[in-house]
Design a protein around this ligand. Structure first.
Ligand code: 13P
Ligand code: SF4
Length: 366
């Protein structure tokens, strides 16, 4: 019997949207219960439409850990999310990222080698393993999660960072948080720490740019990383909206800078933003500081509310946007033919240790 070779993505480029739609429905039907498609809240509508579950990174991580009966998880999100799904799933389950170029620029800001260098610097100052809890934002590579797992550390997402920080302080007196300075600062302050307790660690400088004494004094060390999408929102944008709309509410993601989160009425994960805006009364006015596709979807769904994107400049997550209907169709039609394309497979050792850090987070129960 002749076996078909894997289909090439180039042959999909000329398809019309209607054809893509019909074939995606057919491929999903053909795969039936073997397949689950997960869609992060930032995905475009044409992709979300085909996802069996949508959510923020925590919700999708939990769902992927509960679907061991599915042969294929097609993850419409970015690479760290697909890696997390692979870490949390049994080894015979296949996780696919429809476009391998869908990464996260913030996750790329911390590399294992640099984190290991920081840890060595800390060990030269005090017994880091006893004093410092490494806490890694899920927006990070699997090897950084594995680093945390190895050192008794933990992962967090934007929806559980406060509980994770509290847990960390029950076990050790300091936190090394990476790679998002802004989520780290917001979280630390929201549980009562002051600016003087925090130290921003610049990985390009020896000792992060600090003296051993400054490091001894600090309670939370914040890796100097950021999300360029969320840093587009500025404090002056909040002020401009407030001066134009007296009854306006501002809701933002905690990856925004301090000047923005300080002025916001509410701060939270993409899921919290969706729930809050969806549950608000008709006629409510919102300015939302998070990714454009999500804000535009909320606008469309809630035509009875006035919803604005917080920045005058369009800023969407270009890597999330790499996942499009063409790549989704290409990935699942190949599965129908028995070919796995773009599998995300975390090496076994890394998977085990990263799993320890994720399990600690999951066991806090959210
Ligand atoms: P959530 O976990 O809130 O969905 O955020 C993920 C993310 O990448 C935000 O930029
Ligand atoms: Fe990464 Fe920012 Fe995109 Fe979120 S919005 S996936 S943090 S680049």
């Amino acid at each position: 019997m002749l076996h078909k070779s894997a289909r090439e993505i180039q042959s999909y480029q000329s398809l019309l949207p209607e054809e893509i739609h019909v074939r995606t429905v057919q491929a999903k039907e053909a795969l039936g219960h073997h397949l689950v498609i997960l869609g992060h809240n930032y995905q475009r509508d044409e992709v979300i439409e085909f996802s069996d579950f949508q959510g923020d990174s925590l919700k999708l991580a939990r769902i992927s850990s509960e679907l061991s009966d599915r042969k294929y998880i097609v993850f419409c999100g970015v690479s760290f999310m697909a890696e997390t799904a692979d870490i949390l799933s049994p080894s015979n389950q296949v996780v696919i990222l429809p476009d391998l170029a869908a990464g996260c620029s913030m996750a790329d800001m911390a590399e294992l080698e640099d984190v290991e260098t920081v840890w060595e610097s800390l060990c030269a100052i005090f017994p880091a393993e006893e004093k410092v809890m490494p806490v890694v934002y899920v927006n990070s590579t699997a090897e950084l999660k594995a680093f945390c797992g190895t050192h008794g550390g933990i992962t967090c997402t934007s929806s559980n960072a406060q509980s994770v920080f509290r847990w960390a302080f029950e076990h050790r007196e300091k936190i090394l948080f990476f790679p998002d300075e802004h989520l780290g600062r917001y979280t630390a302050k929201s549980i009562g720490l002051k600016e003087s307790d925090l130290l921003v660690w610049d990985p390009s400088l020896p000792n992060g740019g600090h003296t051993p004494e400054e490091i001894r004094q600090a309670t939370v060390l914040l890796w100097k990383g950021f999300c360029s999408v969320h840093l587009m929102f500025r404090p002056e944008h909040v002020r401009a909206f407030r001066s134009n709309y007296s009854d306006l509410k501002v809701i933002v993601h905690p990856e925004c800078c301090e000047g923005v989160v300080e002025q916001a009425d509410l701060v939270g994960s993409t899921e919290l933003i969706i729930q809050t805006v969806s549950n608000s009364a008709p006629g409510t006015t919102w300015a939302i500081g998070t990714e454009l596709n999500l804000v535009n979807r909320l606008k469309r769904i809630h035509a009875d509310k006035k919803i604005f994107f917080l920045s005058p400049t369009v800023c969407q997550c270009s890597t999330m946007f790499r996942i499009d209907p063409i790549h989704l169709l290409w990935a699942i039609e190949n599965l129908v033919d028995g070919h796995v394309v773009n599998r995300i497979s975390v090496p076994a050792d890394e998977k085990w240790w990263a799993g320890r850090a994720l399990d600690r987070m999951m066991s806090l129960g959210f």
